[in-house]
Design a protein around this ligand. Structure first.
Ligand code: ASP
Ligand code: MG
Length: 414
């Protein structure tokens, strides 16, 4: 009997009818002979509301109490889902993170899962046919405090639980029916991918695709858990995998050079103007940012003229103000002009085939040049090329690149 973990996102548990619909999906899996564990998000909008409550009391709130507040959204849905399953005659029990326990690091607000003890849940599955309904997004520290995993964290709970229970698969039910070659709201003929490799999904997630939390993909890759993204609101027809399966590269037969175009408007560009081109300057800029836990993404430094050079990099918009503060307080940068620009977007093309194909970057640069789109910063990894452009060209760039790499298809047939 195969074990699977199914996770329902916020829109899939947005109200009682949706929760009952999700419970029907669980019942269908049980009817297929599976042992099922369920992970739930908070009802859509609830987490935002809880965060807002904390901000209203104090913008600089205590992170431990923030976690105590925002973790509560998932507590509600886990209980409601257990009730909905019981109503269908399925034995079900809810679990909050601390009850399992899901042991987490004590970085409040963005904790990492360290360990999950799945023994009791597995025992009940085997002995009593009991369905465990787990509150996603939360865990407990070694000091017995509640923690949360960061926005979208229920995906990570689900994948980690699947690994702990040695589940065959982790199904992530959401409001889209899979992973697309680009955001279908921008590219009308974006194609749904049947399969995508962990590496590509990781790059897409970290480049702005919001389908899966980046860390959940990292975890799935490390623990080798196949993850399926599928819709709660569509009936599966025919295929074993109606959604998109995120799996090992080796398990994908048809490989394209580029599999997806992602965009992100969450980044901001920072430029240090005319910094002295001497050893230690980069350390002086990025050291203090790292100490402040601010992630830097793309970086460029120009060839210097008269011993001075401009240095540009990107940080997330949410951390821009903090980054500016840190840089302004850094004695090594005293007197240096620091500019920032929030009207930028990062466009990325991702594909495992880049490892073995030349000319992929050239296609991107040509397509953008033909539309008169200026590239401000470029960064690459083995399977990704990202460019920073003016935000107003986001849609144009995504469409141009989707066409340039021949990614169109008929969505209806995908
Ligand atoms: N409810 C949390 C959020 O909105 C976690 C999740 O849904 O994955 O970020
Ligand atoms: Mg999500």
């Amino acid at each position: 009997m195969a074990r699977i973990v199914v996770k329902f996102g916020g829109t899939s548990v947005a109200g009682i009818p949706q929760i009952e619909n999700a419970a029907a999906k669980v019942a269908a899996e049980i009817a297929r002979g599976h042992q099922v564990a369920v992970v739930v998000s908070a009802m859509s909008g609830v987490t935002n509301q809880l965060i807002e409550y904390c901000r209203e009391i104090s913008p600089l709130h205590d992170a431990r109490e923030y976690d105590a507040v925002v973790a509560s959204g998932e507590n509600v849905t886990s209980g409601l889902m257990a009730l909905a399953l019981q109503k269908r005659g399925i034995q079900a029990r809810s679990w909050q993170g601390w009850q399992i326990p899901i042991l987490c690091s004590d970085v409040h607000g963005k904790a990492r899962i360290l360990e999950i003890d799945g023994t009791e849940i597995a025992r009940r599955m085997d002995n009593d046919n009991e369905v465990a309904v787990i509150a996603g997004f939360q865990g407990v520290t070694s000091r017995q405090r509640v923690t949360t995993l960061g926005r979208g964290g229920s995906d990570t709970t689900a994948v980690a639980l699947a690994a702990a229970l040695q589940a065959e698969r982790c199904d992530i039910y959401t409001d889209v029916n899979g992973v697309y070659t680009a955001d279908p709201r921008i590219v009308q003929h974006a194609r749904k991918l049947k399969k995508i490799s962990y590496e590509e999904m990781y790059e897409l997630a970290s480049s702005g695709s919001k389908v899966l939390m980046t860390r959940s993909v990292e975890m799935a890759m490390k623990m080798n858990v196949p993850v399926q993204v599928l819709s709660t609101f569509e009936e599966p027809i025919g295929s074993d995998y109606p959604g998109t399966l995120v799996t090992r590269d080796e398990d994908i037969v048809e490989q394209e050079v580029v599999n997806g175009v992602a965009h992100s408007k969450d980044e901001a560009k920072v430029t240090l103007v005319k910094v002295p081109d001497i050893p230690g300057i980069a350390a002086g800029v990025f050291g203090p940012l790292a100490e402040a836990n601010i992630n830097v993404d793309m970086i460029v430094q120009n060839v210097s003229q008269d011993g001075k050079t401009d240095m540009t990099f990107t940080v997330s918009k949410a951390e821009l103000q903090r980054a500016m503060q840190v840089l302004k307080n850094e004695p090594r940068l005293a007197g240096i002009e620091i500019r920032f620009d929030e009207d930028v977007a990062k466009i990325s093309v991702v594909g495992i085939g880049m490892k073995s194909h030349a000319g992929v970057a050239q296609t991107m640069f040509t397509a953008l040049a033909e539309r008169g789109i200026n590239i401000q910063v470029i960064s690459t990894s083995e399977i990704k090329i990202s460019v920073l452009i003016a935000a107003e060209y986001t849609e144009l760039a995504v469409r141009a690149l989707h066409a340039a790499y021949g990614l169109e298809g008929d969505r209806k047939l995908a």
